[in-house]
Design a protein around this ligand. Structure first.
Ligand SMILES: [Zn+2]
Length: 341
């Protein structure tokens, strides 16, 4: 289910697929409502000279005009919100009329986008931005064609599973949801899409009761304790690169209490962290940051308290900051995987 082209047309939008199209009544957002009588044959548009008989590549709204592109030709149409309008004299015309530089779009384009004073045209892994009015090719802005990567659509993703040794009450459920959402929102700024994996309530597993007070030792990266090794082996439902977050009652060092709320120490090849329920909103984000390769920032200067990787919770000026070098580290982690569009 893919479309070839989409056309904004004020109160209506049109979507084209092969030799058919649909008309949708909609506002600025949301799917709107498909008008009755659609899908309809593309021949309804009455384009001349066989233009677009089997479909089009792109469509461009442009105020009083609409443009339709197919291969190395295009047509210009004068029309209102609805109906086919009237194909202007002299069309179809060669796409070379647009005067795009560097061979851009010579054999056709993939998509076109109206954006007020600018229009965008897309061809393979490049695009151009054009300043123009309703008619004419306008002027290609300096610096174009430019790479599609400029749009920042390239994302990576990580998957986070929860396994709770504490009975999953409403409070635990809220904790899991809130922590996940805070991390998801924060990591989007690093182009990392955080996806929710499974939830497992392990509180009835008596064999794990000892780990409710989880011995994390001094909680040093790469130095898991025996209890880490035993608990983190429980990865049901998680892929090898997924993060598993264990919710425990407390984190202890040997038999002594610690004031730790989270610890990202984990056995090799079993990525994850252990946390206790807290109101500290970005605890999950902080611990998963460690798992993705981030280290603590120094306690000084005081402005470091703005950073996600400050050694203690109690961030200033939330949401906490993730700096560019940290984003690079997390994107370079094998645990964050490309989510190509
Ligand atoms: Zn930490």
């Amino acid at each position: 289910m893919a479309v070839d082209a989409a056309l904004y047309s004020r109160s209506r939008c049109y979507f084209f697929k092969g030799n058919r199209y649909i008309r949708v009544t909609r506002g600025d957002t949301g799917p709107g409502t498909v008008d009755s009588g659609y899908p309809a044959p593309i021949s309804n548009w009455g384009w001349p000279a066989g233009f677009g008989a089997n479909g089009i590549d792109a469509a461009l709204y442009s105020g009083t005009k609409c443009y339709f592109f197919k291969g190395n030709r295009y047509i210009r149409v004068t029309r209102g919100d609805t109906g086919p309008g009237t194909v202007d004299p002299g069309y179809p015309a060669p796409i070379s009329n647009w005067g795009w530089p560097a061979g851009f779009g010579a054999n056709g384009i993939d998509a076109a986008l109206y954006s007020g004073t600018k229009c965008y045209f897309f061809d393979g892994d490049r695009y151009v931005r054009v300043t123009r009015g309703d008619v004419g090719p306008g002027t290609v802005d300096p610096g174009y064609p430019a790479p599609m990567s400029n749009w920042g659509w390239d994302r990576e993703f990580v998957v986070v599973h929860y396994k709770s040794l504490v009975p999953v009450t409403d409070a635990i459920r809220t904790f899991m949801d809130d922590q996940f959402r805070a991390m998801q929102t924060l990591f989007l700024g690093s182009r990392i899409d955080v996806r929710r994996g499974s939830n497992q309530d392990l509180s009835k597993d008596t064999g794990l009761a000892d780990f409710l007070a989880l011995d994390v030792g001094p909680c040093l990266l790469g130095q898991p304790t025996q209890e880490h090794d035993a608990l983190f082996a429980h990865r049901d439902g998680a892929g090898p690169d997924d993060l598993v977050v264990y919710i425990v009652q407390s984190l202890v060092n040997g038999t002594g209490n610690t004031n730790l709320l989270g610890c990202a120490t984990h056995p090799n090849g079993q990525p994850g962290a252990a946390v206790v329920r807290t109101g500290a909103a970005w605890l999950l984000a902080h611990e998963c940051g460690h798992v993705l390769g981030l280290r603590h920032v120094p306690r000084t200067p005081d402005s470091n308290k703005d950073r996600l990787m400050y050694p203690t919770v109690g961030w200033t000026n939330p949401p906490p900051d993730v700096v560019a070098a940290e984003t690079t580290t997390m994107l370079n982690s094998a645990l964050s995987r490309p989510a190509t569009f």
